[in-house]
Design a protein around this ligand. Structure first.
Ligand SMILES: [Fe+2]
Length: 381
């Protein structure tokens, strides 16, 4: 039986089937108008909703759909649009106070990673009224009120991931909260992505790809997670020429939304690898958006691997002839002019290398030397 499995696994790139656990409790509802088509779901979760989203000058189609459905279902709601990009612990604490005062039953996070991550943290603080913001990083047993997630970007996969990453101004970095908060339901409707500006589209698409790649190479990956990530790589290959041309059709938006969700599913099984951890200082000190900061490092990260088996497989599936071809595509997408000094790189690398846990899931021996090489080759070219 074991032999049969091993034979079959060759169809997926000679990957052995090892023991694994796979947990993904979020219900995914996918398709055009999926919120309106499933409006009866909301009433099962209570009578008072708290919507956490962002402000935009024009129509906010996702918010309109959610509020329309809540009104039809007789559910009271409040809307909070105060969440900044990379939300801080202080912000979620303040927003949770508003939610507690309104006695809400569930939270709807609409947007990219920031509002959805904030919704999870706020949901925890509402469920646990005596908890403070810092408890989010210390008590893994805290639970949340139910969370619904409606992504309007295609990058973070926050709608199916248990992570909620907040900015910690006290220690100048971002950190995931300790409790694992999976949304109860993710509503995936690509029409909400149609107005997304090209720069955000590129940054989020690269973030999603990085989630798939970093999960795929991780020592925590499994037969199942790697094969799901491979669907992400194949789907990405179908987007490359449109991304080069800036031609984001509805069909391409659908694919990007699915890659993002796939990235979230696999990332939540394995966590990320070095590029994500190494990117946080670039976002914090250089204000480089998250997806771009990860994208900046990903090619040089893949270049440090001595065993190229998985790297070659990723290139095959994403449709790039070589790692260099992949790197120049990423550079074209990023179009970043970043000014970083050698002294800053030394400081970032020293800080990062001191965090030993960051290397745990990288499959080969690595330390400050590799980190310096990735930063230098990515940032000083
Ligand atoms: Fe990310």
């Amino acid at each position: 039986m074991r032999e049969i499995f091993c034979e079959k696994s060759k169809a997926f790139g000679d990957m052995a089937v090892e023991d694994f656990r796979f947990y993904m409790p979020t219900e995914i509802i996918y398709g055009k108008d999926c919120i309106r088509k499933n409006k009866d779901i909301f009433a099962r979760y209570g009578k008072k909703a708290f919507i956490i989203t962002y402000q935009i000058p024009g129509r906010h189609y996702a918010l309109d759909d959610v509020t329309g459905v809540l009104e039809e279902e007789g559910i009271e709601y409040s809307v909070c649009t105060e969440i900044e990009e990379n939300p801080s612990t202080e912000t979620v604490e303040r927003v949770a106070e508003i939610g507690r005062a309104k006695n809400i039953d569930f939270v709807v996070g609409i947007g990219g990673g920031s509002p959805i991550d904030a919704a999870k943290a706020v949901g925890v603080l509402i469920k646990n009224p005596s908890s403070k913001g810092m408890d989010l990083f210390q008590d893994a047993n805290l639970r949340s009120v139910p969370i619904f997630a409606v992504p309007t970007t295609a990058g973070t996969g926050a709608e199916v991931a248990h992570f909620s990453v907040l900015t910690r101004n006290d220690i100048h970095t971002k950190q995931a909260i300790s409790p694992r908060i999976f949304p109860a339901i993710a509503f995936l409707d690509a029409k909400y992505l149609m107005g997304m500006p090209e720069r955000i589209t590129r940054a989020t698409a690269i973030d999603a790809l990085c989630h798939c790649i970093e999960s795929y190479v991780s020592t925590a990956s499994s037969f199942l997670s790697r094969n799901i990530a491979e669907i992400g790589f194949r789907t990405f290959s179908e987007c490359v020429s449109n991304m080069r041309a800036g031609n984001y059709t509805y069909e391409i938006r659908e694919k990007q939304l699915l890659i993002s969700t796939i990235g979230g599913i696999v990332n939540t099984q394995t966590g990320s690898c070095l590029p994500h951890g190494m990117s946080y200082c670039l976002t914090h000190f250089k204000k480089i958006p998250h997806g771009l900061a990860c994208g900046l490092l990903i090619k040089e990260y893949l270049a440090i691997f001595k065993d190229k088996t998985k790297i070659n497989r990723i290139m095959d599936l994403t449709g790039f002839a070589s790692l260099d071809a992949f790197g120049s595509f990423i550079d074209d997408m990023l179009q970043l002019d970043i000014k970083v000094t050698e002294a800053e790189i030394e400081e970032y690398a020293t800080d990062f290398a001191a965090q030993k846990h960051r290397f745990k899931r990288h499959p080969e021996p690595a330390g400050k030397e590799e980190v310096l090489r990735i930063y230098r080759n990515s940032l000083l070219k």
